[in-house]
Design a protein around this ligand. Structure first.
Ligand code: UD1
Ligand code: CA
Length: 444
């Protein structure tokens, strides 16, 4: 089986300068979801139909074939634009839409099974609660044989009452596809070349066309921002379910957001309001407290994060390390058992095993021109409210006094205090008060 993915439509209903199929769902473009499903099916011969403007944006996404449709004259015309690619083989062709990202490989397998040698075309249909403006699929009696698909704009009131709808996905016999495509015309309400007309054309030639039903949920077509939000909802529900089935505890699943590639081990506990951007992997027995946000981070066994923590790309939190509240970590490694428990920014740093970074410690990694690294040795102790001006190296078991601004390296086992020395003035407080208010009673 080979596949054509249509993505050349203007996507006007999105009201966006970004091509519709590049809008993201679960942290990756809609189109990528469709390509992932095809990969799952081991379908490697894929042709993507794009508009000329999209070619630049999209060519990095897809190394295979690209056909350009210009101008966009309908879904049937989009498939016609891939004629050169279609001609290369006589294998069956699966047509998918780039804006239908939730489709599953199981459903596509069902379509393939339905296409026995007597069948020349399989339509993927659905029964949405609200059939809205979807095309309507008309069957022959109670059978699964499809007579035609009528677009909503062309449908009579009677046909609009039908509830079986077209998802847009179609599996077409490789022997007939080109001759069927040649017969399309645009004599319809939208003056477009409809892919859906292939059904009637095939029937007219005595070919057998059948349908398979999929769930409304997975066949949701994203046309507007509202649809995008609905699709995100479905995606997130799937992922929450998956995380829990794999042994993670989600205290309030509906407030936890995953990305397409989030990987979660067993006995991970996730408190409410946690967001996983792309590139997060979590090993077993990790605890993530509420209101934490992370992307591009690897969390090793037994570490704990949050509440209110932010982990940015390039971060690794090693076994049993701790990141506490109001801590931001960027492109840094916390080695085993190290702790950054309160109110810190750690960027471009390596924190040695069991090092303790006191409250309010900041790595000053940026001088306005370049980013510089910080290295802190194992067992080091950084006193609260210290600034570590990078590039800087702090040796193992070194000790930094609270409130220090460290600009020079510190050797192993050394103590460093870098702040103005404290002066105490005998009864200075009383003198100050008397000066401010000579009538005030002596507090001694
Ligand atoms: C289409 C179907 C409709 C079905 C619905 C399901 C047709 C004629 N209609 O309608 O029966 O119920 O999907 O979601 O097929 N595209 C191109 N070139 C074009 C036009 C579209 O590549 O000239 C691509 C779009 O980028 C999109 C897909 O085809 O990925 C579907 O196009 P869209 O305009 O959204 O079709 P619908 O009106 O939703
Ligand atoms: Ca659509």
């Amino acid at each position: 089986m080979r596949a054509i993915v249509l993505a050349a439509g203007k996507g006007t209903r999105m009201k966006s300068s970004l091509p519709k199929v590049l809008h993201t769902l679960g942290g990756q473009p809609l189109l990528h979801h469709v390509l992932d499903v095809l990969e799952d099916l081991k379908c490697i011969d894929i042709c993507l139909v794009l508009s000329p403007e999209m070619k630049e944006d999209l060519k990095s996404f897809h190394e295979g074939n690209i056909a350009i449709q210009h101008p966009a004259l309908g879904t049937g015309h989009a498939v016609q634009s891939a004629k050169d690619w279609i001609q290369k083989s006589s294998e069956d062709v699966l047509v998918l839409f780039g804006d239908t990202p939730l489709i599953t490989s199981e459903t596509l397998r069902k379509m393939k099974e339905a296409k026995d040698p007597t069948v020349s075309l399989v339509v993927l249909a659905m029964r949405p609660q609200n059939p809205g403006a979807y095309g309507r699929v008309l069957l022959e009696g109670n059978s699964s044989v499809v007579n035609s698909i009528v677009e909503f704009k062309d449908a009579s009131d009677e046909i609009r009452q039908e509830t079986l709808c077209n998802s847009g996905v179609m599996l077409i016999d490789g022997k007939y596809i080109l001759s069927l495509l040649e017969k399309l015309d645009n004599k319809n309400a939208q003056q477009e070349f409809y892919l859906t007309d292939l059904v009637q054309i095939a029937r007219y030639q005595g070919l057998k066309t059948v349908m398979v039903e999929g769930s409304e949920e997975e066949l949701l077509g994203v046309n507007s921002r509202n649809d995008l939000a609905k699709a995100e909802h479905v995606f997130q529900e799937r992922r929450r379910h998956m995380a829990m089935s794999n042994g993670a505890t989600l205290l309030d699943p509906h407030t936890v957001y995953f990305s397409f590639d989030t990987k979660i081990g067993q006995d991970v506990v996730i408190e409410p309001h946690v967001y996983f951007g792309p590139g997060v992997t979590i090993e077993n027995n990790v605890k993530i407290y509420g209101f934490s946000h992370m992307e591009g981070a690897h969390l090793e066994e037994g570490c704990s994060i949050g509440p209110f923590a932010r982990l940015r790309p390039g971060t690794r939190i090693s076994q049993k390390a701790k990141v506490g509240n109001f801590v931001e970590i960027k492109k840094s490694i916390l080695e085993k058992g190290s702790k950054v428990n309160h109110l810190s920014y750690i960027g471009d740093a390596i924190i040695g095993a069991r090092a303790n970074i006191g409250a309010g410690t900041i790595t000053c990694n940026y001088d306005g021109y370049q980013k510089h690294p910080t290295a802190i040795g194992e067992g080091a102790f950084i006193g609260s409210n210290s600034c570590l001006v990078a590039p800087i190296h702090i040796g193992k078991y070194a000790l930094v006094g609270a409130g220090s601004v460290i600009t020079e390296d510190i050797e192993d086992y050394d103590l460093s205090v870098a702040r103005s020395a404290q002066k105490n003035f005998k009864e200075g407080s009383l003198r100050f008060q008397h000066k401010k208010n000579p009538l005030q009673e002596d507090n001694r």
